[in-house]
Design a protein around this ligand. Structure first.
Ligand code: ZN
Length: 302
């Protein structure tokens, strides 16, 4: 099967807060020529330094995936990367005026909507498909994390999340080419456990966050004091707990958390830089395991 590389039909623009820094970010995704891949360009820095969205440039995986080359550093790229990959965009330059991709509503919905509006155009060059030649494994045994990629005819993911949480518990999700990414995966929001929020606030890691841009999982009853602190931090008059989630917005899917983890792994595996045929089996995956798997796969690329 022969297939051409693509790029966006027209530029698309986004503006919003970075989840971690709280800075207002303007981002424009521009069409690009064949074999450019996905490249981020920091327009706020002198000379507009660039960093390619490839696994070897990953510099940090704490609460999101960060890539860095020289002065060009961009965080939380995974939801945009998943959207570009799954919506069929092979080449694009992402101009961004801050160190972080805007979090939008915590999902990739805004990205897929804008990509769908402008569509993709074919370029002259052939698209490359990487056929995984042998089993690739990455594991963090202490944490029960394991990702296995096996050779296969098509790309697919089987993903299991398993939290020692009464609310989340064990969730399983399957993805292959028959699943509609835009409606089944992209709308699923990022999540955080309530007990982590106060730590994150103290460390200054979620300044831009709000209860609208993340699902908040509540394991235990909240004390009035804790409730007041959270309300103050998120500038809310009141908060409620419904079925274990702190939110004014209902779950978009009963297994929204597993679906979001799927969104994350798709975005991180996109850092391989080419589409690939392989069966991915992921147990309790996170950004470190995802990007290390992409790095291992990239070493097999000729
Ligand atoms: Zn995510």
């Amino acid at each position: 099967m022969s297939c051409k590389q693509t790029t966006l039909g027209a530029p698309i623009a986004f503006s919003g807060k970075g989840l971690h820094t709280g800075a207002i970010v303007s981002m424009v995704v521009l069409p690009a020529e064949a074999d450019r891949g996905i490249v981020f360009r920091r327009t706020d820095l002198k000379g507009g330094p660039e960093v390619p969205a490839l696994a070897r440039f990953v510099s940090d995986t704490a609460r999101g995936t960060t890539i860095k080359q020289g002065k060009a550093k961009v965080s939380t790229i995974e939801h945009l990367m998943a959207s570009l990959w799954m919506m069929g965009v092979d080449n694009a330059v992402v101009e961004i005026d801050a160190p972080e991709v805007p979090i939008m509503d915590g999902s990739a919905r805004a990205y897929v909507e804008e990509i769908a509006k402008v569509g993709t155009v074919e370029l002259e060059a052939e698209r490359r498909y990487f056929e995984v030649p042998e089993r690739v494994t990455f594991a963090i045994e202490k944490k029960g994390v394991e990702i296995v990629v096996d050779p296969a005819e098509e790309f697919s993911v089987d993903l299991t999340v398993d939290y020692s949480s009464q609310v989340v518990g064990r969730q399983f999700i399957h993805f292959d080419n028959s699943v509609d990414f835009a409606t089944e995966v992209a709308p699923c929001r990022t999540f955080v456990f309530l007990h982590e929020i106060e730590i994150l606030l103290r460390l200054g890691l979620i300044k831009g966050g709000s209860v609208e841009s993340a699902l908040v999982v509540v394991e235990k009853p909240i004390s009035d004091r804790s409730k007041r602190r959270i309300c103050r931090a998120f500038k809310k008059e009141d908060i409620e707990v419904e079925n274990g989630y702190l939110n004014h917005s209902p779950l978009r899917f009963p297994d929204e958390i597993a679906r979001h983890k799927l969104l994350d792994i798709l975005g991180d595996l996109a850092l391989l830089g080419v589409r690939f045929k392989g069966k991915v089996t992921a147990l309790r995956p996170g950004h470190l395991a995802n990007t290390q798997t992409a790095l291992k796969l990239s070493k097999l690329l000729a």
